[in-house]
Design a protein around this ligand. Sequence first.
Ligand SMILES: [Zn+2]
Length: 193
Amino acid sequence: MSLKASEHKSGHLVLPGERLGVIEEFIPDSGTYVKDGVIYSQIVGRTLMDLVSKRVSVYPLITGASVPNVSATVVGQVGNAQSDNVLVRIFKIGPKKLSGVFTGILHISDVQERYVTSMNEVCKPGDIIRTKVISNKNQVSHLSTKDKDLGVVYAFCSRCSSLLEPKRHEMQCPKCGNIERRKITLDYGKEEI
Ligand SMILES: [Zn+2]
C-alpha cells in the first residue's frame, strides 16, 4: 500500500509513528525510522519530501533553546487530536504569556493514573488545557495532566462552541444542552488567558 500522490507533499505536520511512505519510493532521512519497509516519523514535526533526491525527513517544530523546562506548568490550546494523543499549542509558561507558540504533545497514558479509553473523554480541539512538561525528548515537549491542578481549564461545546459548564461528572452546554466529557481542573474556568 502506498500513499496517495497528494500526500507526497512537504510541510505536513506529523506525529511520532505516523506513516510517511515506503522504502521503495523514499530514502529515509533525519527524524524518521523504518519498520518492515515502511518509513515512519520519529518526532513531532513537519515533513520534507524531496522528490528529486527521493529523501524524506521530518524537521522538529521547536528547537532546543526555546523548549519549556521539564516540570514547567504550561497552558495551551488543544490542536490536532487523535484517539491516543493531542497536540497542544502552548502560549503560556508558568505565569508568563509568550509571544510565540510552542507545540507539545499529550499522550493518553499521561492523562491520569486511571485508565482512559479515548482522548475524546479528556479534551477536544479548541479547549484550553493546563499541563506539565514531563520530558523534552527529541526536542518535543511531552505533557502530562496527572494532577488535580492539571487538565482542561476552558472547554467548548463541539456543537455550538459555547463555554461548557461542569455538571457532576460531565460537562453541559448552557446554550444547546449538549453533554460532553472532559478531564477538568479544580479551578475550571478561572485561568487567566
Ligand atoms: Zn452547545
